[in-house]
Design a protein around this ligand. Structure first.
Ligand code: XIL
Length: 376
């Protein structure tokens, strides 16, 4: 049955390819394929993460695909505190401003990422000793950065990864210096600095039951304080063959019940060996031939597994299209994915829908086919 499904997907993909290239003038390879943002336009926004070169306009091949396929973008690094706020009184808004004008030109809305995160903090912030000085940094950072992009970005990941796997609060510098109320305060300040912007809590593994319960506790705390939170982001750094579909479905149901929008904010599916789940950027492993099994090409069996998993995910997203407002892939193509360098440096990974030549993979067509099968 699965084999037949897969053949149907490939057939639909091939048909789409033929139809489009027969009828339209093709200016680039990307012009001959269906567009994710158009196919899912009545369901949810489709986003991508953009790296620094892409934001600076130095990657024309990526630009062609991005403009064709995506209607939202998240900066992979340039709005993180270490880049945007390198010193007490110095802010580096140039790359972010470039991203905003790129988005305006191409009808791509920006999800700004991220105001408060324990990782990629500037050195000066990590060295602050007193709680009072740290609070000042916290306030100034949020009001200055969110204020700068007021009216210019669609949404902010206000707080990123504040939770442990068991649902308790992560022992971050924010928790140590400010107590758990920092989460509510961050949302209060972001709402004041940028009133028209949607505000989200974002994390990985927050579809897992214990972490989900912790996430719900945080959200209820923010809501009980009368502070605005619009949505929750589930990052979606999962493994091919091990996508936790039931937990994801339960999470969509439970988060929506709190009146929140649900987003999949950093989707990629790991196909290489790893002995842990999630996306804790501080976890590292050593490279070896066994850890990098596909240096030249992805075997067909794994390619098909990836296509099936992406298909199952998008079927689920479509089932909850009233609640799921955005699906963002963490990178444009396989060659540009952070998973080539984390948690093992120097690997050849294949987690996305487009290959290293920006060509659509079978997983791309399996995603497109979910919409055709749903017929609405
Ligand atoms: C990653 C970037 O992709 C890398 O380029 C960077 O070196 C480390 O951070 N969760 C997040 C993202 O919220 O910001 C992280 O992005 C991936 C995990």
């Amino acid at each position: 049955m699965k084999q037949i499904n897969y053949l149907v997907i490939v057939f639909i993909g091939a048909t789409l390819l033929c139809n489009c290239s027969a009828g339209k003038k093709t200016t680039s390879p990307a012009a001959s394929i269906p567009s994710l943002k158009d196919v899912f336009k009545n369901d949810f926004a489709i986003g991508t993460a953009l790296n620094t070169a892409q934001i600076e306009g130095k990657d024309p091949k990526a630009a062609a695909l991005v403009e064709q396929q995506f209607n939202m973008a998240t900066p992979e690094n340039i709005m993180k505190a270490e880049v945007i706020h390198p010193e007490w009184n110095r802010y580096n808004f140039e790359p972010g401003d470039q991203l905003v004008s790129y988005g305006e030109k191409n009808k791509i809305r920006i999800n700004a990422h991220t105001l408060i995160w324990h990782s990629q903090l500037p050195a000066f912030a990590r060295q602050i000793q007193s709680a009072d000085s740290f609070r000042l940094f916290f306030q100034q950072h949020i009001s200055t950065v969110a204020g700068h992009y007021r009216g210019k970005v669609f949404s902010w990941d206000v707080v990123n990864e504040a939770l442990n796997e068991d649902g308790t609060m992560r022992k971050s510098v924010f928790l140590n210096k400010l107590g758990e109320g920092f989460v509510t305060e961050a949302f209060r300040m972001a709402a004041a600095a940028s009133p028209g912007t949607e505000l989200y809590y974002n994390d990985y593994n927050n579809e897992q039951p214990a972490k989900r319960a912790g996430c719900i506790r945080l959200i209820k705390m923010i809501q009980a304080a009368g502070v605005r939170i619009d949505g929750v982001g589930i990052q979606g750094h999962w493994h091919a063959g091990k996508v936790p579909l039931q937990d994801i479905e339960q999470s969509i149901i439970e988060y929506s019940a709190l009146g929140l929008k649900v987003m999949f904010t950093e989707l990629d599916l790991e196909v290489l060996p790893r002995d842990f789940q999630g996306a804790d950027v501080s976890q590292q492993m050593k490279n070896s031939p066994a850890m990098n099994p596909y240096p030249n090409a992805l075997p067909d069996s794994v390619q098909q597994l990836l296509a099936r998993d992406y298909s199952s995910l998008f079927k689920l997203f479509l089932k909850y299209r009233e609640n799921v407002t955005r699906v963002t892939f963490w990178g444009v193509n396989d060659g540009q994915s952070w998973l080539n360098g984390w948690p093992v440096p120097g690997r050849t990974n294949y987690p996305l829908l487009f290959d290293r030549e920006f060509k659509p993979k079978p997983a791309f067509y399996s995603v497109i086919a979910t919409k055709q099968a749903s017929a609405n």
